[in-house]
Design a protein around this ligand. Structure first.
Ligand SMILES: [Zn+2]
Length: 410
């Protein structure tokens, strides 16, 4: 086993080219000194002192030594950038920042080198959570036209963290323009974030609707926008349009259909309720809820539609039919949530003193099993979740956390 501390091998590997560079640099300096032009500087001595400090795990002293060599010539810039980056990867942010800051202030750097050092320093600040400093450096880069794509990506990350959705939209649009890559899907989420914030701030549903329509303009496949739109329309009593918004989810991304099923069901139920004292066509109109879900069941195999249909049958007084339907569906496609519903319906049918201990125990077991299971999972990084996160907390991708399919999920 190596006695060299973890990560030090990489540091030494990076420093090998510096050895060559500093040797060359020292030789050149002594040559120039012999000609009486420049004074001798103990460059190699500083370099080897640096290595010595690294080996004895005194990184701050090592950095001092390396910075002394860094009265920079072109040849050592890349090495120092790499050294700073390595410290950043190791999570030693103060050291990374120190090296990159020292590079930025060197008057001998050409424009490319200075902007590269600024980009690295910005990344250090971002990793260290110094968001204001990072933001101003990345803005400087965008303004000067250097590393624009990387700088915009980092700015978007900062605005997402700060929940500054207007700036995130602005930067994403710029990035779209430069790279030609469509970012409508992400921009739509930023508008949805604004719409949800607007709801939390107590704004009227009409204000929320304006924002959510901007989301759909950015990306008409945005499921989240359809759900928020439907909720806001329910809020202003426009149930027919709310139903259309929820229904859109199936064509946008059927993986999320389970999120819309309960809403569709309640929307239908409200539409069916006769309004007191009113007999107009719209409110008294019967909606073929059973037909709608039966048709949906032909296209979608998830358990949510089955559960909705069995509940509709039960509420219509067809308890036996509901049980038979659910049992048949569970035989075709087993599902824990289905079993839970089956047990609930079975117990509901029995008078409470007749409920068998076995049924109660079984119901409790299934409930406990479901309570501790994630319902959602990120398709990109596997992050498990009990709640639907539109941005994965693990990998930060948007729309990758989806309902889990199969026996334990949808
Ligand atoms: Zn993820």
């Amino acid at each position: 086993m190596s006695i060299i501390p973890f990560g030090l091998e990489s540091l030494l590997l990076i420093l090998l080219p510096m050895a060559a560079a500093s040797g060359w640099y020292a030789a050149r300096r002594s040559h120039r000194n012999a000609a009486g032009i420049l004074p001798t500087k103990p460059v190699r001595a500083d370099y080897f002192k640096g290595i010595h400090y690294l080996l004895y795990e005194q990184p701050d002293k090592a950095i001092e030594s390396f910075i002394k060599i860094l009265e920079i010539e072109d040849e050592t810039v890349e090495t120092h950038l790499a050294l700073g980056n390595l410290y950043r990867r190791r999570g030693e942010m103060e050291r990374a920042i120190r090296i990159h800051q020292n590079l930025v202030i060197q008057s001998t750097l050409n424009s490319d080198q200075r902007h590269e050092a600024l980009l690295e320093l910005g990344q250090d600040y971002l990793t260290a959570g110094l968001l204001d400093r990072a933001e101003s450096l990345f803005q400087e880069l965008v303004g000067s036209g250097y590393h624009t794509v990387q700088a915009l990506r980092q700015l978007i990350e900062i605005y997402e963290q700060e929940k500054d959705w207007d700036k995130a939209i602005d930067s994403a649009r710029k990035l779209e323009e430069i790279t030609g890559n469509q970012l409508g899907g992400v921009i739509a989420h930023y508008y949805c974030e604004k719409a949800e914030q607007s709801l939390r701030d107590g704004n009227r549903n009409t204000v929320v609707l304006d924002t959510v329509r901007q989301a759909l303009d950015a990306h008409n496949g945005c499921v989240r926008a359809s759900l928020i739109e439907g909720d806001a329309l329910v809020g202003i009593g426009n149930l027919e349009q709310a139903f259309q918004a929820y229904r859109r989810v199936e064509t946008q991304d059927a993986d999320y259909l389970s999120e819309a099923i309960d809403r569709i069901y309640h929307c239908y139920r409200m539409l069916e309720k006769p309004t007191q004292g009113k007999t107009d066509d719209r409110t008294s109109k019967k909606h073929p809820i059973t037909e709608f879900f039966s048709a949906l069941l032909q296209r979608y195999t998830g358990v949510s539609v089955t559960l909705a249909l069995s509940e509709i049958k039960r509420q219509e007084g067809n308890e036996r039919e509901a049980l038979a339907f659910l049992t048949a569906k569970l035989r075709e496609r087993p599902s824990l949530r289905g079993y839970q519903k089956l047990l609930e319906m079975e117990l509901h049918r029995m008078p409470s003193d007749n409920a068998s201990d076995h049924s109660l125990i079984l119901k409790e077991l299934v409930e406990n099993l479901l309570k501790n299971r994630p319902i959602y999972q990120c398709r990109h990084c596997g992050f498990p979740a009990k709640l639907l996160h539109w941005q994965c907390p693990g990998c930060k991708n948007w729309s990758t956390v989806k309902p889990i399919q199969g026996v334990e999920g949808e």
